[in-house]
Design a protein. Structure first.
Length: 65
């Protein structure tokens, strides 16, 4: 009897979209990774821009002397 109930519960869960929930969770995890990578890329770009601006300022300062 317990096996039958377990089988019915498993079938009901499968029918209720357990696979869909799993797929959505996987997609959400991938999207989170994309966002984190995007933030890293943006931080790196901002750092490079800052370094370039410092170089330009140093060059201007040297040219004024």
């Amino acid at each position: 009897m317990k096996r039958i109930i377990a089988a019915l519960v498993a079938a009901a869960l499968a029918g209720c979209g357990v696979e869909t929930a799993s797929t959505a969770a996987t997609a959400a995890a991938l999207k989170k990774q994309e966002v984190e990578q995007g933030k890293k890329t943006m931080e790196q770009a901002q750092e490079k821009i800052g370094q370039s601006m410092e170089q330009m300022q140093r060059a201007r300062d040297a040219a004024e002397k």
